[in-house]
Ligand binder design. Structure first.
Ligand code: CP
Length: 303
């Protein structure tokens, strides 16, 4: 039963609960007309303290497509945060106005503090370099819709594994399915953090530097952006920013049914020429994000 619950990190939900959200997401995608009034009279707050295109707009589209309404901000300087109001006070107040909250914040752990005081279901829409659980639901739905199952997969995660909250959440979530193997592909400076590797204990993984060494064996290649905004040293970013560029030459080595995913936005880690390859699923992935957020809103509101 997900009614009234918060989602701060993927393992807040059991595998069965996640599967139920994915199932509803698939049903909504196949027959969206059936759901156009289910959130009538309900209000979602989107509180975005950090830039976003996909997450905020897919949440807002999701609530609108369910017949609900949306309030919120995408520029925290226009809220009372700029007068010094604490995050906890903001959430306490907003949760008295609305039925459900989605929040993005630049500080890792901020979502925990917000959920602790929220009177309504609270959804972490990304907190710093920590977690991005609704991106994970998006990723899982995209994989399941394309492959039919989330078991028996060799998944390469490539790029900024240190700061990339999407790969932290996805690794944790996928490690709960059967016969999963990860290949973590990154520069030494941007390796998957130890705390994530500890949390996926029991799941086979390897760590390498070269994408070409792994791409031929992968079922899923999850590319990520090198996250300029999280680097303390701009020179280090300049040195590492072009570590990986997926192009048509590298795609020739990949399996015919390998899926390329990316949470987006991309900078230049995937050449635009790859967009035409049928294995490139990242734009489709962004659309699944809206359907899975529709499902999540319905589940947390008990609808
Ligand atoms: N994938 C993702 O979180 O994209 P946005 O930053 O545009 O929301």
């Amino acid at each position: 039963m997900l009614k009234g619950r918060h989602l701060v990190k993927p393992d807040d939900f059991t595998v069965e609960e996640i599967d139920s959200v994915l199932e509803l997401g698939m049903q909504i995608k196949s027959n969206p007309e059936k759901y156009i009034n289910v959130c009538e009279g309900k209000l979602l707050a989107t509180l975005f303290y950090e830039p976003s295109t996909r997450t905020r707009l897919s949440f807002e589209s999701a609530m609108n497509r369910l017949g609900g309404r949306v309030v919120g901000f995408s520029d925290p300087s226009a809220s009372s945060t700029s007068k010094g109001e604490s995050l906890e006070d903001t959430i306490t107040i907003v949760s008295q106005y609305v039925d459900i909250i989605a929040m993005r914040h630049p500080i890792s752990g901020a979502a925990n503090h917000a959920a602790a005081v929220s009177l309504r279901p609270f959804i972490n829409a990304g907190d710093g370099k920590n977690q991005h659980p609704t991106q994970t639901l998006t990723d899982l739905l995209t994989i399941k819709a394309n492959r039919g199952s989330l078991d028996n997969l060799k998944i390469g995660m490539c790029g900024d594994l240190k700061y990339g909250r999407t790969v932290h959440s996805l690794a944790k979530a996928m490690s709960r399915y059967k016969n999963i193997e990860f290949v973590f592909i990154s520069p030494d400076e941007l390796k998957m953090p130890d705390n994530v590797k500890m949390e996926i204990e029991g799941t086979k993984y390897s760590e390498i530097n070269n994408l070409e060494d792994a791409i031929g064996d992968l079922d899923v290649l999850y590319m990520t952006r090198i996250q300029r905004e999280r680097f303390e040293d701009p020179e280090e970013y300049e040195r590492l920013k072009d570590s990986y560029i997926l192009d048509t030459e590298k795609m020739k080595i990949a399996k015919e049914d390998m899926m390329v995913l990316h949470p987006l936005p991309r900078v230049n880690e995937i050449s635009v020429e790859v967009d035409k390859d049928p294995r490139a699923k990242y734009f489709e992935q962004a659309q699944y994000g809206m359907y899975v957020r529709m499902a999540l809103i319905m589940k947390l509101l008990g609808l």
